[in-house]
Write a protein that binds this ligand. Structure first.
Ligand SMILES: [Zn+2]
Length: 313
């Protein structure tokens, strides 16, 4: 039995969205230290604003400037701030109903401890020193004892409005691949590809999952496959991914390694992208310090007959 592996796994992508007129005005307003809400058909002021009335679904664009002061409507203490949270010291998550608004905005409150926070407490915006047109232009809220502010109509017009934002999305996992994939990864470290055969249907799964999804039985017979294989299908990638140092266009393919009954996927190199084809015979190219093949390249053999891999497409 191999040791069961475990490693950090980060899934991260920047989400780019364009802003409609209401969200554009809201975020541009924050950049200019102005908090805007929107008035619904029945006169309620929503902060943060939305583009459609949540009751009637009517489009709404009647902007209102509300105060940078407000009241905490509920809260929760966060004793262990995580990466990229608004404050790096313990803080309270708060819903704040700003003066002039009828709904509450989710943000954070800078307070020395949970004993200093209560529902109904008065707070005000602490603006970020550098503002770009994002919710983080409000650095946080802080306790405030002064007079309540009011609200006033606002035309939402600003010079150089913010029209789009990039929101980083990131998920941090500790990933344990389990018995079958741990053995697969250990074999890859020795530049061998090892799958597992189903005792019932005899299919060889690469990478192995520890069970046959068709028969529902455990797989434990290790079978070395490849290293050569056949391209069963492929796509041409024309969009450059963040943090990936590969020039576009390039080809990403499904490859059935010899002896495997499941295609894995990998990049194809060593051949112009527009000459890659189904049936192309390929072999792995390993790089130093990398458990996986960097890519697959043509072997120079004649293409495989379609009948030889049609069940794996
Ligand atoms: Zn099976």
């Amino acid at each position: 039995m191999p040791d069961i592996l475990s490693a950090p796994l980060v899934v991260e992508f920047p989400f780019t969205r364009s802003l409609g007129p209401v969200q554009s005005a809201f975020l541009t307003g924050l950049r200019e230290r102005t908090v805007l809400g929107v008035r619904t058909g029945d006169g309620k002021v929503l902060v943060p604003p939305v583009e459609y009335d949540p009751v009637t679904a009517e489009e709404i664009q009647d902007l209102v400037e509300v105060a940078a002061t407000g009241t905490v409507t509920t809260w929760a203490w966060n004793p262990h701030p995580r990466r990229d949270q608004p404050l790096d010291t313990p803080f309270a998550w708060v819903l704040v109903r700003l003066d002039g608004a009828d709904t509450a905005l989710l943000h954070v409150l800078d307070a020395p401890g949970p004993d200093a926070v209560h529902t109904g407490m008065r707070v005000r915006v602490r603006w970020a020193g550098t503002r770009t047109g994002a919710i983080t232009d409000i650095a946080c809220f802080e306790p405030y004892e002064g007079e309540p502010g009011g609200s006033a109509p606002h035309d939402g017009e600003f010079a150089d409005p913010v029209t789009g934002i990039v929101t980083p999305a990131r998920l941090d996992y500790t990933y344990s691949p389990g018995r079958a994939q741990s053995a697969y990864l250990e074999a890859l470290a020795g530049r061998r590809v090892v799958g597992e055969r189903c005792p019932s249907c005899l299919k060889v799964y690469v990478p192995p999952r520890g069970a046959c999804p068709t028969c529902g039985v455990a797989t434990d017979e290790r079978v070395e496959v490849g290293p050569r294989g056949t391209v069963t299908t492929f796509c041409v990638v024309n969009i450059k991914a963040k943090n990936l140092d590969i020039e576009v266009p390039y080809v990403y393919a499904h490859i059935a390694l010899d002896g495997a009954d499941l295609a894995l996927h990998a990049r194809i190199g060593g051949i112009p992208y527009d000459q890659v084809r189904m049936g192309l015979r390929v072999e792995p190219v390993w790089s130093e310090g990398n458990r996986h093949p960097d890519h697959y390249r043509p072997t120079g053999e004649p293409d495989a007959d379609y009948d030889a891999y049609k069940e794996l497409v």
